[in-house]
Design a protein around this ligand. Structure first.
Ligand code: NDP
Length: 419
């Protein structure tokens, strides 16, 4: 049916590509393009004979718009799935715009260099006006809405798990369970154990930046910002058990605040063990999380990139990670004049993911919805010109595909709530 160009060949890309190959009626042809072509070739070789999808590979620097345009023009895809890093979002969107091809991603734009004066000026203004200081926000990509609409193409933003599935859960709750939603608590629990003293489950640079930043939540029409890890709660997660969790800023809060009418409060919590937090604090205190280049014995070194080279590759955690993830949302509100609380969540087992696609559950829970969002765009089940977040579409086909492609979900009435 269609041709997909996938940019990036890391942990999330691997799962998304495996899943596209399972859905080979939609994804009849696929090109894996990344910075390191050898990784693309290795994945292609692994998939050979297991799918009817015709796979090719290419080398591309996604920071370079001209290279992207050349590749898109040569391959002529129906859509581009960006599972490289958030740093590349805008160059890939620019290339899609020039070639008039639909665009899909899993994470919103943030700059690689946060000291870039041009970016900094916009950021400082946004911090003052919006009230949160995260380095990532949707303004950069939402600014493409008109340009994409004029070009007759679509951009689907944030189709991972969170954002992505949590956003679709919100649209589904509103469609089927509530007349009005008052509060949304997004709970992201990783009960997995990889046996290393310290490792991150996805790209270390992106992960550590997110976790070491200030927290924030949306309440009564504005942002409330907290110190990093200032708000801690405990929750007894189905199939995982009792865990400590901390309030973080997270990108879907920004779009849900806009797209779920009347919502009064949205918070995001992620579980962390004490050992993870102690390691992270120590690395931060000694400057290892810095993204500023420094000179070391005549070489330019970016501390967080050097740290990334020392840490286990997230893609290598698969065989050794045991346990489960539980990610979902607790909603409160009203239906037919009655108060209601529901919890929609998915539980995913690290070892089962590994058996199926050779990855741990964090990459799996992101890669599956990346394929689903892309399939809905390519089949035109979800298609309109412009740039959209996933909660702006009918959630039902997405929810059905989650069940079909390995992320079954449950709805629980009257769950324990987070204070
Ligand atoms: P990885 O670091 O494992 O993979 C990133 C890939 O992008 C690598 O193959 C890398 O190439 C490639 N890449 C990086 N820079 C460039 C470039 N300039 N040009 C071409 N390719 C490039 O990351 P993950 O797979 O863990 O994460 C992928 C994306 O998914 C990220 O944006 C992340 O934020 C997002 N994500 C979203 C989640 C959600 O729930 N919404 C959850 C988890 C992740 P190379 O191999 O050469 O380094």
């Amino acid at each position: 049916m269609g041709k997909l160009l996938v940019i990036g060949c890391g942990g999330v890309a691997r799962v998304a590509i495996f899943k596209c190959c399972q859905n080979d009626k939609v994804f009849t042809e696929l090109c894996i393009a990344s910075r390191t072509k050898e990784k693309c070739d290795a994945l292609k070789a692994e998939l050979e004979g297991k799918t009817a999808t015709v796979i090719t590979t290419a080398k591309v620097d996604a920071d370079n718009k001209a290279e992207l345009v050349e590749l898109i023009k040569a391959y002529q895809p129906d859509a581009v799935l960006n599972v490289a890093l958030p740093y590349q979002d805008l160059t890939i969107m620019d290339a899609c715009l020039e070639c008039k091809v639909d665009y899909i991603d899993t994470a919103n734009y943030e700059p690689e260099n946060i000291d870039d004066p041009e970016w900094r000026a916009v950021y400082d203004k946004r911090c003052k006006e919006e009230g949160f200081t995260a380095y990532f926000d949707y303004s950069w990509q939402w600014a493409y809405k008109e340009k994409f609409a004029d070009a007759g193409i679509m951009g689907l933003l944030g189709t991972g798990f969170d954002p992505g599935v949590t956003s679709v859960f919100s649209a589904y709750a509103l469609k089927h369970y509530f007349d009005e939603i008052d509060t949304i608590d997004i709970l992201d629990c990783n009960g997995g154990d990889h046996g290393y003293p310290f490792a991150t489950n996805f790209n270390p640079e992106i992960n550590l930046r997110e976790v070491s930043a200030n927290g924030s939540y949306w309440e009564n029409g504005h942002w409330v910002e907290t110190e990093p890890m200032e708000i801690k709660r405990e929750y007894d997660f189905p199939e995982v058990g009792m865990k400590d969790m901390y309030l973080l800023h997270h990108e879907e809060i920004e779009s849900l605040a806009k797209n779920i009418p009347g919502v009064k409060r949205i918070r995001f919590f992620m579980t962390f063990g004490q050992s993870y937090l102690t390691h992270m604090k120590c690395l931060e205190n000694v400057g290892m999380l810095s993204t500023k280049p420094m000179l070391y014995e005549g070489h330019e070194v970016v501390p967080i990139q050097f740290l990334k080279a020392l840490l286990p590759d997230p893609a290598s955690l698969g065989p050794r990670t045991v346990g489960k993830t539980n990610i979902g949302c607790i909603f409160t509100g009203r239906k037919d004049g009655k108060e209601r609380t529901i919890y929609i969540y998915n539980v995913c087992d690290h070892q089962e993911c590994y058996k199926e696609v050779g990855s741990q559950a964090i990459s799996y829970t992101t890669g599956v919805p990346a394929m689903i969002g892309t399939a809905l765009v390519m089949t035109k089940a979800w298609h309109k010109p412009g740039v959209f977040n996933v909660e702006e579409f009918d959630p039902d086909p997405y929810m059905e595909m989650l069940n079909e492609y390995g992320l079954p979900w449950v709805v629980v009435e009257d769950p324990a709530v987070v204070e």
